[in-house]
Design a binder for this molecule. Structure first.
Ligand code: 13P
Length: 251
């Protein structure tokens, strides 16, 4: 049995006061961490104030990190810096970073290696564009991303990895993939992991769906066999919605 994981991706939203207000509303309403991993991935400026306030059933993650230990990388943040303030998760390779900030599969692979070395839990994002979906290129694209992103990772590392399958055409568009498409594609991602590793690894890895997940569609998505959770943008910004989403994962 894979434990569900619901992660909010706040993207570039929330000032310090807004972040504190949010965590004070959700903190004691999170289900037990024995039943679901509830994570907020926030921007760097509010990570410490969230970590300081988090109760036991909530975890805090970053949305990016650099692959080097330290160095002359103006504007970047390292895994050790995140670790030193109590952050436990990190999103790697979100499609917005791939598209707007020149993230490549090569840099994503380096970041994954570094995250594991630092004992952070990475959430690797993969997903196809509308062009690829409409032209039957989804599986080819996903397999290509996974082969390059996972290169050199051990079986034990991949077993503890979380992959977020996020079709780019469903992000922030209100256009959710149907539960069937989401499940089928998460199943395909799992089959690629089996091909690259083995069945034990594929059965252990947790795969989230992301893209316009809302309180109105979470139940159906979570009922699908290959979907182990959700990576949620817009709906994770509202405390009440986030509480509903994490509880839906427990049902
Ligand atoms: P939305 O839930 O706002 O569509 O964003 C999805 C996403 O990109 C999460 O990482």
């Amino acid at each position: 049995m894979r434990k569900p994981i619901i992660a909010g991706n706040w993207k570039m939203f929330k000032t310090r006061d807004e972040a504190i207000n949010f965590i004070l509303q959700v903190n004691d309403k999170m289900p037990s961490i024995d039943e679901v991993d509830s994570v907020i991935c926030a921007q760097f400026t509010v990570l410490r104030c969230l970590v300081k306030r988090q109760l036991n059933n909530l975890r805090i993650g970053a949305q990016n990190m650099h692959w080097a230990e330290e160095g002359a990388y103006t504007g970047e943040v390292s895994s050790s810096m995140l670790k030193s303030i109590g952050v436990t998760y990190v999103i790697i390779g979100h499609s917005e970073r791939r598209a707007m900030f020149n993230e490549t599969d090569e840099s994503i692979n380096k970041k994954l290696h570094k995250a594991f070395e630092a004992e952070l839990s990475p959430i690797l994002c993969v997903g196809e564009s509308l062009y690829e979906r409409e032209n039957g290129l989804t599986e080819q694209l996903l397999e290509g991303q996974l082969v390059k992103d996972l290169e050199g990772l051990t079986k034990e590392q991949v077993k503890s990895l979380v992959i977020a399958y996020e079709p780019i055409w469903a992000i922030g568009t209100g256009k959710t993939a149907t539960a069937q498409i989401a499940d089928e594609t998460c199943g395909f991602v799992r089959s690629v992991v089996e091909k690259l590793y083995d069945k034990e690894t594929a059965d252990a890895i947790r795969i989230q769906y992301g893209g316009s997940v809302k309180t109105s569609n979470i139940d159906e998505l979570m009922s699908m066999p290959n979907i182990d959770g959700a990576l949620v943008g817009g709906a994770s910004l509202k405390a009440d919605d986030f509480i509903t989403l994490v509880h839906a994962a427990v049902k």
